[in-house]
Design a protein around this ligand. Structure first.
Ligand code: ADP
Length: 626
């Protein structure tokens, strides 16, 4: 039988369970809680107490002003009494009941003393904690001026070698001599050659500047001090300068060595720039850096490498001979370079035999070394997630998409919206296929991406254009027309009142290209004038003071009119190219909705099969598939 609670069970017969019975142990100990008599009842009991009320003795507590009454049957109760209670004393004496007095004042005093002592201890403890805290803060403040450079000292600790850096051969060759100098300085000193004290590596982020600096240290087997320039600058003026001093002191102790300062533009910007004349702390840090560079003797063995992607904003004093007098450009890799970088990063990853790195190098124009390394890493993560043993083409495709377009979102269900997006994307894709000067279509897809992208038509810039860095007027015009393709398709198919804001990104691109064509490249009827320079604003202050453009208001109006005209021309051309091909567009939209993704080659084949014979030559032969 269980002894748990069961609903409906009745209490067993016996004493009323609501009546609390005092435990018998209490009674045995004489601690039974009998109701205490009042003061007058106590006097009464003293005088006439009979039977259970008969009092055996009393004990008066001096400190607590109460009397403990012990009855003849052993019960004990406590009754509060007056201070110096003569009546009680007299009554007890008359009734001949023994009364003893307990002097517990000393116990009381002792307890008070202990409590006070504890409080004092607590206070002292708190004070000690506070003092320790502030000492730590002070210590930190004193240690502020120390440089926080990360140092890799032992030869084996810099595991990077030149073979780990690919695709930037010119820069590597230039830096080879620094390695030779660090290894055999006598070869240079014997013929009176002076090795540059500072080498500035200039290039976009992720192109391998840090890697290159590490490779030099690794090849030469010397210590490598690295620090980001932003780490010099602190809230307090003078801290940066003292960190620079400390860094160079440590470097000189370890010479020969490499000191690498990343993002040097954080301290090396032109002095005096900015609102209110500049930033004292940054300028002091820069001054200290310049002084230190002057201070160490030629061929002392300390070689300073600094990286930046904004060499144009650096202070001229940094660049003069004897300081960063050698400047090496580390550019984005070309196709061969990308292939080599992919090969470097593929060394440690199992790739399926089907993967052709040359193809992947062609598919990744504009990617930096860091992007390529990230691509392979993403592909490896996807492979691990799919529990495959080596990275295959599909993983690479998915990784590329993830990097360039973001994470995939759930496919669109709403068919009307899907159709509109399909027409928009087909507009872009069809125009890029039809225009000879435009980029090659890589793929068009309706699979949405996180961040509100409903679909996209991806194009690949021509490798020659990319490598040469020369962009023609025809190419820019074609890009504008292709960008307008989405809006043009919406206009043709859904009418002027149904066009959507989905083209806002395209319109921004068109405006930007148009403005650059007019104000920077002289591609408009305004003539061969550069009215604006590279628009990257670095100095807020300078920009603010020079908010007025260099041209007249009238020229400004003409620039705006020209940009508008270019944009309108692009839209008109897009409309005129798409209008006669409505049937082809419908066919392609159906195909896209059915397949969700159309590969560039298949798209070109479908278009070529349909377009009239006289337009076929306009399609680049290379874009067709047999
Ligand atoms: P930067 O200093 O130019 O911003 P990093 O040197 O920090 O770029 O590069 C980041 C990462 O990208 C490196 O650790 C490396 O994995 C990869 N990487 C960049 N460029 C190259 C290259 N040329 N060869 C091999 N790997 C590279």
């Amino acid at each position: 039988m269980s002894n748990g609670f069961s609903p409906g069970s009745k209490p067993a017969a016996g004493p009323d369970p609501t009546q609390v019975q005092p435990p018998s142990l209490w009674r045995e100990l004489g601690l039974e809680r009998a109701p205490a008599p009042s003061y007058s009842q106590l006097l009464q009991q003293l005088r006439h107490g009979q039977g259970p009320q008969r009092i055996k003795d009393l004990e008066l507590s001096m400190a607590q002003r109460q009397v403990t009454v012990r009855y003849a049957d052993g019960r004990r109760v406590q009754v509060p009494v007056f201070n110096n209670d003569q009546l009680l004393l007299r009554t007890a004496q008359e009734a001949r009941i023994p009364l003893s007095v307990r002097d517990d004042r000393q116990d009381e005093a002792m307890a008070g003393l202990v409590a006070n002592g504890l409080l004092l201890l607590l206070l002292l403890g708190g004070l000690a904690l506070l003092i320790r805290r502030s000492a730590q803060v002070a210590n930190r403040a004193i240690g502020f001026g120390r440089s926080q450079a990360r140092v890799v000292e032992a030869e084996a600790a810099v595991p990077v070698r030149f073979e780990d850096v690919a695709g930037i051969n010119e820069a590597k060759e230039e830096l080879q001599e620094v390695v030779t100098f660090l290894k055999e300085p006598e070869r240079f000193t014997a013929v009176g050659a002076r090795i540059p004290k500072g080498v500035l590596l200039v290039g976009p982020p992720g192109t391998g500047k840090t890697l290159l600096a590490k490779a030099i240290a690794g090849e030469a087997g010397v210590p490598f001090f690295s620090m980001a320039a932003s780490e010099f600058v602190e809230l307090f003026v003078g801290v940066g300068a003292s960190r620079v001093r400390d860094l160079f002191r440590r470097a000189k102790e370890k010479a020969p060595c490499i000191v690498f300062i990343d993002e040097i533009d954080a301290v090396g910007r032109q002095r005096g720039a900015g609102i209110g004349g500049g930033n004292d702390e940054r300028e002091q840090t820069l001054n200290q850096l310049l002084t230190e560079m002057d201070g160490f003797a030629d061929n002392s063995g300390v070689i300073l490498l600094a990286a930046t992607n904004r060499a144009d904003v650096l202070d001229a004093a940094l660049m003069r001979p004897g300081r960063f007098d050698r400047r090496i450009h580390v550019d984005l890799p070309d196709r061969r370079g990308r292939e080599a970088i992919l090969a470097v990063h593929a060394r440690s990853r199992p790739l399926a035999a089907e993967i052709c790195l040359a193809d992947w190098a062609s598919r990744t124009p504009g990617f930096s070394g860091a992007d390529l390394s990230n691509l392979l890493n993403e592909a490896a993560i996807l492979t691990a997630r799919r529990e495959q043993s080596c990275i295959d083409e599909q993983a690479m495709h998915d990784a590329l998409e993830r990097i360039t377009m973001g994470l995939t979102a759930a496919p669109l269900q709403d068919s009307a919206k899907k159709r509109l997006i399909a027409y928009h994307e087909i507009g872009h894709a069809l125009l890029t296929t039809l225009l000879p000067a435009a980029d090659r279509l890589d793929k068009v897809t309706l699979l949405p991406r996180a961040g509100g992208v409903g679909g996209f038509a991806r194009t690949m810039p021509d490798e020659d254009v990319l490598d040469s860095g020369l962009i023609s007027k025809a190419y820019l015009q074609a890009r504008m027309v292709v960008a307008m393709g989405g809006r043009a398709a919406e206009l043709l198919v859904f009418g002027p009142s149904e066009i959507t804001q989905g083209a806002s990104g395209d319109l921004e691109l068109v405006s930007r290209i148009g403005r650059e064509m007019v104000t920077r490249y002289g591609f408009s009827s305004l003539g061969p004038l550069a009215l604006e320079s590279d628009g990257a604003e670095v100095f807020l202050g300078r920009d603010w003071l020079r908010a007025e453009p260099h041209y007249s208001r009238e020229t400004g109006n003409r620039i705006d009119a020209q940009v508008q005209q270019l944009a309108r021309q692009a839209l008109d051309q897009a409309l005129s190219m798409l209008r006669p091909r409505r049937a082809l567009m419908d066919e392609l939209v159906d195909l896209l909705i059915e397949r969700e993704t159309i590969d560039g080659d298949l798209f070109v084949a479908v278009v070529q099969r349909t377009v009239c014979g006289d337009e076929a030559p306009a399609l680049a032969l290379s874009r067709t598939i047999s």
